[in-house]
Design a protein around this ligand. Sequence first.
Ligand code: DGL
Length: 266
Amino acid sequence: MNNQPIGIFDSGLGGLSVWQELVKILPHESIIYFADQKNCPYGERSPEEITHLSSQIVDFFLEKNCKMVVVACNTATSASIHHLRKKYALPFVGMEPAVKPAALLTQTGKVGVIATKGTLSGERFHEIKNKYAQDVEVFVQVGHGLVECIEAGEWESPQTEELLKTYLEPMLEEGIDQLVLGCTHYPFLKKAIQHITQGKVNIINPAIAVAKQTQRLLIECDLLHESQEAKPIYSFYSSKDTQEMQRLLEHIAPDLTMDMKGTLEV
Ligand code: DGL
């Protein structure tokens, strides 16, 4: 048993799609969220840069006494999780595009993956594709500019939907029936995605699976909070400012009490 908080980070607001699922299945755990919005997006940065930034964030979580870290960012997982696991004696949960369930579920034999350039060009993505998707066709698309739209609070604007359409329509024309959201920002575009895909695809958001994996790992490492009555504290830090984060949180979790801590340099 361990009553210290869990640390969770992303380049920006995307990891809140994972945070949202974590608070549902682990309602007694305190959680510290860090959004590296000053350095967002990570998608076009080098693995070395991302590893450096991720290490600084983990150092911050250690100062805050975190018992576990959730890397709620596909790009940062792909670039840095091996390094983080070697460097720190902490349990880490990472993310990767959900190619495996997509390959199992497809009826047309065609699946689409939308993610950042960093994730799609990373070794990890090629490994999982070779391992789980040998018998299906995988269509990949970099979501250029989508992270920026979400960071700017434009998750439901017509311009964002237009941009998204240019990425999804070619995959729909190919006949995909599964769409993997390979970036934690994209679940915030679900409405627009549904509008464009018109029920033709199954949208796969791995956030629930990641939350369940976090729960499993807490149990396995005997790190669950000792009290099933405990009232959790949710704290939020950003390397820029917490304004947009607050707005998104009001939208996704209006009933929860948040502790907005403000800016922290990394
Ligand atoms: N949310 C991120 C991911 O899952 C990072 C997006 C970015 O910063 O480019 O990959």
